[in-house]
Write a protein that binds this ligand. Structure first.
Ligand code: NAG
Ligand code: NAG
Ligand code: NAG
Ligand code: NAG
Ligand code: CU
Length: 667
């Protein structure tokens, strides 16, 4: 009794005293998650049915409210609200809950196409169902395998205008762990089950063929199991900051060098960066750059059209959640020795807060790179050399979507650049096959034979970023600079040169771009110029580019239509955040960046959002087996006439650091 009482007192205390560190964009705290789901469970629909929670997150105050609060942050922060998607009676319920009034502000049933994020508990339940299913047990016996070594996994199935299976169904597929933890390269090809998640029932089961199980040998990846000869080793290396890091984390606000930003965890997007502003020493104040940015969707279509594989066309952010799939980062390996860590919280199926410790790391990167330099040797009296080392701030999260590991970095530079980088690692999605040598292959195998009996299937990764830039204010414009070859009139020995023709883009459809062509893409503030008259802006330096190769009317491409172009610009709209739609699982592609922009709205001199998709066409190779060395790609947002001159010109040369272990000795 006494302990319950104390807990209650402390809960009340925590709830009633606003933390001095709280910021209106902070993610829901564990207490807030409990409170929100408790209110919903106590409501009429909650008391009649067993609601399952699929999305519990902050319902952000409007931009207007945030900006007005920012102008005077000592003011009381705006009231906190949560946005929730729950399932009951095979329907998706949307709730907006007020945390200050402990009440449901709005509630309605979503009746459009598609379903919310899959929660982890229902995936486990679907898998457990199969392990007790007599026909499946029979299939395993038939193959002379041990059911205790079977590892089931849940796969989303997309949408193909099916008449028969309209519900919230997933496939359960099977893998084998005896002899190696590398289950993804050892599929029990030919066995598949279709499970209805709402009914939690097997609706279809098939055991169509027996394909040899790929051998365990050569698939191991655990360090302690490795035997010589080992790969070449290098001597120990680390980053040492004897005076500690140069950044400060205050709640969720991070300040470092000339940058200020807010970092939040979201169950769907993972990392959400807001209110990134940079100090301008000439203007003597912080200037707005990025109102909000996060990964909006991750589209991974596989290229095997056969019965057992055709449906594998994942929309990972909206189906599995990049935050929900994020792991606790390891000190010294996932992040360098000088990293600090932050935790994240999400709501499980029952609405209980679940902690993911060390879900983000924040560190200063110094990898021996150069921020700027010049050696002047034309002046005869002296040789001048000025060099400024590059030290940047990195925020990292790693999501594990089944077999793949996505390492996502946000890097802030003192020069004003922001780099967005993705590293792909993990295990290739493999198909078991009878082939043991490429000589036997006489037809399309939809991938690469990476070892005997194992085909790594061709696929793409498209990562779409939501980039709400607010360059010195909300009203911005998108400018396309076309580089044009000009033929001279013969008055000069040169026959040609290129010039830049910059044009503001007025509407959404004209803003769609393929970045393969030599273009300069700018978000500018059309109402602000430098002292000498250039328009203040930021440039998108795109990369890497992957042009979709599927037909535009193919079902996966309709659902992933946001990859039809790799640059889009839309007018800011609070409800347009998820490029594949809010309800992505089994969606029909009727709520995508593609459908929104077809309205061809005005985007000139207003609050606009830039969307950029980076892509990888992945035709696997043996070098990526049994674990894939990281493949990196990313893009940069770089100041373009944003500052009057190089903002780090007056960065003082670094003082020599004298640390006992840091001097390289010349042999
Ligand atoms: C809700 O869950 C409880 C406990 O698991 C169960 O006994 C009850 O039948 C469920 N109610 C409904 C409406 O599904
Ligand atoms: C779906 O909801 C909308 C708006 O709430 C309503 O106008 C429409 O009739 C509903 N459609 C169905 C099929 O229930
Ligand atoms: C905002 O976006 C939603 C979803 O696309 C749309 O229904 C609504 O009309 C949009 N609002 C405006 C003002 O464009
Ligand atoms: C490391 O190098 C610095 C600069 O060359 C020198 O002053 C210092 O004595 C060296 N320290 C050690 C431990 O060798
Ligand atoms: Cu890949």
């Amino acid at each position: 009794m006494a302990s319950t009482f104390t807990v209650m007192i402390s809960l009340l205390f925590l709830l009633s005293i606003p933390s001095i560190l709280s910021h209106p964009l902070d993610p829901l705290t564990p207490l807030e998650i409990k409170k929100v789901t408790g209110i919903i469970k106590g409501s009429r629909v909650g008391s009649l049915a067993n609601l399952t929670f699929h999305h519990v997150g902050l319902d952000e105050p409007s931009k207007l409210i945030i900006l007005s609060w920012l102008s005077n942050p000592t003011k009381k922060p705006p009231p906190r609200q949560a946005f929730v998607i729950a399932r009951a009676y095979e329907k998706s319920y949307e709730f907006v809950v007020s945390l200050s009034h402990n009440s449901i502000i709005s509630q309605h049933i979503y009746n459009g196409t598609g379903f919310p994020l899959l929660n982890l508990e229902e995936q486990s339940a679907a898998k457990a169902l199969l392990l007790k299913y007599p026909p499946f047990i029979k299939s395993i016996k038939k193959r002379k395998l041990d059911i205790n070594d079977v590892v089931p996994a849940v796969f989303t199935v997309g949408w193909y205008e099916e008449k028969s299976t309209s519900g919230r169904v997933v496939k359960v597929l099977f893998f084998y762990k005896c002899g190696s933890p590398n289950v993804w390269v050892r599929p029990l090809e030919g066995i598949a089950a279709l499970v209805d998640l709402d009914k939690m029932a097997i609706v279809k089961y098939s055991d169509s063929q027996v394909v040899p199980l790929p051998k365990a040998e050569g698939t191991e990846f655990r360090g302690y199991k490795m035997r010589p000869p080992f790969a070449a080793e290098t001597k120990p290396i680390t980053v040492v900051q004897p005076h500690g890091p140069s950044f400060k984390i205050n709640g969720h606000t991070i300040s470092w060098a000339n940058w200020n930003l807010h970092l939040a965890f979201d169950v769907r997007a993972g990392v959400v960066i807001s209110l990134a502003s940079i100090f301008d020493s000439i203007e003597g104040k912080h200037r707005q750059v990025l109102y909000k940015s996060h990964v909006s969707e991750l589209f991974v279509p596989y290229m095997d059209p056969t019965e057992e594989w055709y449906y594998r066309t994942f929309l990972d952010a909206g189906e599995f959640g990049l935050g929900l799939s994020a792991i606790s980062l390891q000190h010294h390996t996932d992040c360098p020795a000088n990293a600090l860590f932050m935790d994240g919280y999400y709501a499980n199926q029952d609405g209980q807060p679940i902690k993911v410790s060390n879900v983000f790391c924040v560190f200063e990167r110094y990898a021996g790179d150069i921020a700027w330099r010049h050696t002047e040797s034309e002046i005869s009296e002296e040789v001048i050399t000025e060099v400024r080392p590059e030290v940047s701030l990195v925020i990292r999260m790693i999501s594990i979507i089944g077999n793949y590991d996505y390492i996502m970095d946000w890097e802030f530079k003192k020069s004003g650049s922001i780099k967005f980088e993705v590293g792909l690692s993990g295990i290739l999605e493999a198909k078991a096959s009878t082939y043991t040598h490429t000589k036997q292959v006489k037809q399309d195998i939809y991938g690469t034979l990476v070892t005997k009996n194992t085909i790594a299937v061709n696929h793409d990764h498209y990562i779409t970023y939501y980039l709400d830039l607010d360059i010195d204010g909300e009203k911005n414009s998108f400018v396309k600079g076309k580089m044009k070859t000009i033929t001279t009139d013969g008055s000069t020995p040169r026959k040609s040169y290129w010039t830049m023709i910059r044009e503001p883009v007025k509407t959404e459809l004209d803003a769609r771009v393929w970045t393969g062509k030599p273009n300069e893409l700018l978000i500018v503030n059309p109402n602000k110029f430098t002292k000498i008259g250039n328009q203040v802006g930021y440039q998108l330096i795109p990369s890497p580019v992957a042009i979709p190769l599927l037909l535009e009317d193919d079902y996966p491409q309709i659902r992933g239509a946001f990859s039809n172009y790799n640059v889009w610009v839309t007018p800011y709209n609070r409800s347009e955040r998820w490029a594949g739609g809010l309800y992505v699982d089994r969606s029909h592609g009727d709520d995508t960046l593609f459908t929104w922009t077809n309205r061809n709205r005005d985007i000139d001199d207003r609050d606009i959002v830039l969307w950029h998709t980076i892509g990888f066409h992945h035709s696997p190779s043996q070098d990526e087996f049994p674990v894939m060395p990281t493949l990196n790609g990313g893009f940069e947002l770089r100041p373009s006439n944003f500052f009057e001159s190089n903002p780090i010109l007056n960065l003082r040369p670094p003082k020599p650091v004298d640390l006992p272990t840091c001097n390289a000795t010349t042999p």
